[in-house]
Design a protein around this ligand. Structure first.
Ligand code: 4AD
Length: 429
């Protein structure tokens, strides 16, 4: 019977064969312990000389790290094993004896590991992070499908910018200029006018010269957009969505959280509604704490961390000054200088994971913003059309997948939360 490590529990006391790689090996006299992995999980294979005979035992002993093999054995229940099972090996069929593997169980520097990212992905910790990433994506689709959203895919090659021109990736589009998408939002607004509630999930690109634990050049964003919803209603969707994702990871990734040593007690306490403070209150708080920041300035990482530290939950900072936010945000009804927007700040120093707002729905005001931001009517006429033909109040937001994975998995740097990170100094592998 051919099976996988994750399915081994279905075959207790039966003989099975598994395709696997050797993650690690330990010998003790007449026994060899094989740490096997197959992508679905990890299991220990026990090879006892007296049971398998000289030839198979010798084969087990000469196996090198990352050799590929078909292993046959009997599945045993074992309480001490993380997966709950062990394999008593009866046969080993070597597919390839691997050459000297560069990543050994000893410590390696980050640059070395990043140079070997194509291999590093096989390690237990990286495997756990990617599984949590996968669970967050799965739970995202479940949440939005259940809430009646339609998935719509915005383009990646665009003719105009969504989030300002300072960090656009430029490319030629035959004879025209084009840019890699910074955000699908403007297209998602068009989609919301066609489908009501929509969400996208795709790669976005920012030519940001930032070298921090929170910045990637290429990252993946989930962007919901909702017609007939004001900003207040959008905040409720956001906190319910984030709570749902946390619960899904806690429920479906217990082994992975354990491998990563994640403090799950902290995660268990996070549930909607999340606390909210205004930008004004945040500035006052920071000034009282001795930070040098004036009204009108944007928050940096230390500011966000200081604010988040006062809560054990993610916190919404709402109503930022209009001048530090994107052109499309709707002004506050009582104050011209602030907009109906929010950033959701994750606890434990992981920073902003969501940016969202209610969008301007008035044609004249939008035209005024085009002028203020030097946006050409020619490029943005289609976006203005949305305010021309049945304009409605609408809101949306973008959740950065990698920062969310970093926070939920307890991973310090976003570079480990995407399979092949694109960083300021890294385009390979
Ligand atoms: O706040 P941002 O720039 O918002 C938008 O792009 C809106 N158009 C979204 C919308 O309303 N549809 O980015 C949203 C999120 C941030 O909160 C952060 O989580 C993530 O995207 N993000 C990054 N993640 C990794 N590396 C970067 N360089 C990021 N820049 C933003």
């Amino acid at each position: 019977m051919k099976t996988t490590i994750s399915e081994a529990g279905k075959y207790v006391e039966q003989t099975v064969t598994m395709g696997s790689w050797l993650a690690n090996k330990r010998s003790s006299g007449k026994i060899v312990f094989l740490q096997l992995r197959d992508g679905t999980g990890f299991i220990q294979g026990v090879v006892v000389k007296a049971e398998v005979g000289e030839e198979i035992f010798a084969r087990a002993k000469e196996l090198t790290q990352e050799s590929s093999l078909f292993v046959t054995g009997t599945v045993r229940e074992d309480e001490r094993a993380p997966s709950g099972y062990e394999l008593t090996v009866t046969d080993i069929d070597v597919i390839q004896l691997a050459e000297d593997y560069p990543i050994t169980p000893k410590e390696h520097g980050t640059e070395f590991l990043m140079d070997h990212r194509h291999l590093w992905l096989r390690s237990k910790k990286q495997h756990a992070i990617m599984k949590i990433r996968n669970e967050i994506i799965r739970a995202t689709y479940e949440f939005f499908n259940e809430q009646g959203f339609t998935k719509v895919d915005p383009p990646i090659l665009t003719g105009s910018s969504a989030e300002g021109t300072t960090n656009l990736f430029h490319t030629k589009y035959f004879d025209e200029d084009a840019y890699l998408s910074q955000s699908g939002q403007l297209y998602m607004e068009a989609a919301a006018m066609a489908f009501g509630k929509v969400f996208s999930f795709g790669p976005t690109f920012r030519a940001e010269k930032s070298k921090t634990r929170r910045h990637l050049i290429e990252f993946w964003m989930i962007e919901p957009e909702m017609a007939f919803m004001d900003h207040e209603e959008s905040l409720v969707v956001q906190e319910n969505y984030v709570s749902f994702v946390i619960q899904a990871v806690l429920k479906n990734c217990p082994l992975e959280l354990k491998v990563l040593d994640r403090d799950t007690e902290k995660l268990e306490k996070m549930s909607a509604p999340f606390p909210r403070i205004t930008y004004d209150e945040a500035i006052e708080f920071l000034q009282n704490e001795g930070h040098e920041i004036e009204w009108g300035e944007d928050f940096g990482a230390p500011h966000e961390t200081a604010i988040a530290e006062s809560y054990n939950q993610p916190v919404f900072i709402i109503n930022y000054p209009k001048d530090i936010k994107a052109f499309y945000m709707k002004p506050h009804p009582d104050r011209e200088d602030i907009v109906l927007c929010a950033d959701l700040i994750a606890p434990e120093g992981y920073g902003e994971i969501i940016g969202g707002s209610q969008r301007i729905d008035d044609q004249e005001l939008m035209k005024q913003r085009y002028d203020e931001h030097n946006l050409s009517l020619e490029s943005y006429q289609w976006y203005l059309d949305l305010r021309k033909y049945g304009s409605v109040p609408h809101s949306g937001f973008g959740l950065g997948l990698e920062r969310t994975v970093a926070w939920i998995s307890g991973t310090e740097h976003v570079r480990e939360t995407i399979p092949f990170p694109r960083l300021l100094n890294r385009l390979y592998p």
